[in-house]
Design a protein around this ligand. Sequence first.
Ligand code: GLU
Length: 305
Amino acid sequence: MKNVRKIVLAGAATAVLALTACGQEGSPETGGGGSTSGETPAAAPTYAVATGVTLEGSPTFEKITSAGKVTIGVKADQPGIGQKDAGSGEYAGFDIEMAKLMAAKLGLSPDKIEFVETVSANREPFLQQGTVDMVIASYTINDKRKEVVDFAGPYYVAGQDLLVRADESEITGPDTLAGKKVCSVEGSTPATRIRDEYPDADLVTFDAYSKCVEQLTSNAVDAVTTDDAILRGYAAQQPDALKVVGAPFSEEPYGIGLPKGDTVMRNALNDAIETAVTDGDWKKAYDYTLGGSGTDPEPPTVDRY
Ligand code: GLU
């Protein structure tokens, strides 16, 4: 994945469909993007809902059209990325904004999105079995996953990092993990990387990162590892107890997972991401959610493989 951090917008975007962004404004009802800095979040962004969208030859679009809604797999326990409010049941975070943005470009207002909770290990099966139409869930694009699913994007590039207790001084990067209990999630790229490249670390896995964070605060493990964007959200919830090491040691380009072979939908979502970058919607979504964590990345270039 070369040049993912550079803004190089493809001039001649594949014209598979006319994404007319002149429709009515969508009004995402989910407030509180989960600005992880504790600052008051700006008003919830809205995205223009396209009209007259036709995606001939896309089985996913056909399914969405006949259902009258799009079903999107998201995370539910990752503040700033994808988090479900225990009280209201509403989802918030950057992935949720991306979901609303993609839905809007396909002609669907936010009330036509059904969010389905996913964990790292069931994202490919959910796409393969048709449980969801797409997955927007801190989902790293890689060749192994591309054997069974397809990806639009990336729409963001994270990096693997470490979350430790605030008083930790020995763990400063992946090379300091030998003999340490390190928690991650089964089916994730960070867990695989620890297993393959840092075999002296004592890897413990759960199905969700929030469980790892509980293990860390109860002293059952010494570190949690996954993407920095996810870890920053947890650290911001308990700033006196937790800190992110801040030395990322991988690139994790986040893609929108799609059923394998739906090139028409993949091209359409790649177009939609590029448009969102140029028209400011990407920035609105970022500022409302991850932007509070003190980072200001360039939007990545989509990879039209
Ligand atoms: N981005 C990594 C992955 O897709 C880690 C985050 C996650 O597990 O959702 O495996």
